[in-house]
Write a protein that binds this ligand. Structure first.
Ligand SMILES: Cc1ncc(C[n+]2csc(CCOP(=O)(O)OP(=O)(O)O)c2C)c(N)n1
Length: 277
């Protein structure tokens, strides 16, 4: 069932808040990763506020869905969304990347509640998700495993070993979402190491593939619900290829590799915040 108009309006307001927060946090730290945080805003908003089962009062609740964020550098987004989800107040988010702050540059499950696994060294998250999916199935838990992947990490061999094992073990309880923003650290993925045809490659590795506009929250939501049916029915892991724009929402950051790991200065912050309004 699609999102109601009311729910969609609520989610859109959340995405605006998150974009503001990403910009302010990176500006305050004078470092961080705005581009790949902005591209994944709608994906994580739909997950955290209309799909995922979690209890912020009890982050280790056994039946929780497992949300594995493999692109562990997208911290300004992740810390902001966990605050909104109620894991903590978040009034200290502007200590981002300072010594002693819990909000370090890459996510650490021992420092911030709600983080399922520490990542940042790219290419680990998919293996972790496979292990979590196997473990939850063995424990007969009534939950699902969600994985946010980046396209840059699909250029790493270990990721494909994990992708292969997910179908070998018939992990119908696993939904991956690929933030297909087409840019990694050095440039366009297709120029650094060709990934296309990604959908056919996942299919060849035994996954069920769906594709969406990664900024259209209705499409994201409906595709995730489809994976809840298709995964267990076909006993297959599912992937949603979410076509996104790196730096989405700020015109001078969009599709621009420069904004992978650079913070806005005072003037750029003002311009960017005006655009979000
Ligand atoms: C194993 C490893 N090698 C290199 C890096 C440095 N690094 C940080 S982000 C990044 C790539 C960013 O592109 P992508 O993974 O597609 O992320 P997104 O565009 O979604 O931000 C790289 C190579 C890293 N974090 N881990």
């Amino acid at each position: 069932m699609s999102l109601s108009e009311e729910k969609l309006t609520e989610l859109k307001e959340i995405t605006k808040d998150l974009r503001r927060s990403i910009l302010k946090m990176t500006h305050a730290a004078a470092s961080g990763h705005p581009g790949g945080s902005l591209s994944a805003v709608e994906i994580l908003t739909v997950l955290y506020f209309s799909i995922l089962k979690y209890d912020p009062q009890n982050p280790n609740w056994q039946e929780r869905d497992r949300m594995i964020i493999s692109k562990g550098h997208s911290t300004p987004l992740v810390y902001s969304i966990l605050a909104k989800a109620g894991y903590y107040r978040g009034d200290d988010l502007l200590t981002f990347r300072q010594l002693g702050s819990p909000y370090q540059g890459h996510i650490d499950r021992l420092k911030v509640p709600g983080i399922e696994t520490s990542t940042g060294s790219l290419g680990h998250g998919t293996s972790f998700a496979v292990g979590a999916a196997l473990g939850c199935r063995m424990d007969k838990l009534n939950n699902r495993i969600y994985l946010l992947q980046s396209d840059g990490e699909l250029q790493e061999g270990s990721t494909w070993e994990a992708i292969m094992s997910a179908s070998h073990y018939n992990l119908g309880n696993l939904t991956a979402i690929l933030d297909r923003n087409r840019i990694q650290l050095d440039g366009w993925t297709e120029e650094t190491m060709t990934l296309e045809p990604i959908a056919k490659r996942f299919e060849a590795f035994g996954w069920h593939v769906l594709e969406v506009d990664g900024h259209d929250m209705n499409q994201i939501h409906d595709a995730i619900l489809k994976t809840h049916e298709i995964g267990p029915r076909e006993n297959k892991p599912c992937i949603i290829i979410a076509h996104t724009v790196k730096g989405k929402g700020v015109s001078f950051m969009e599709d621009n590799v420069k904004w992978h790991g650079v913070a806005p200065n005072d003037e750029e912050l003002k311009m960017a915040l005006r655009e979000i309004e």
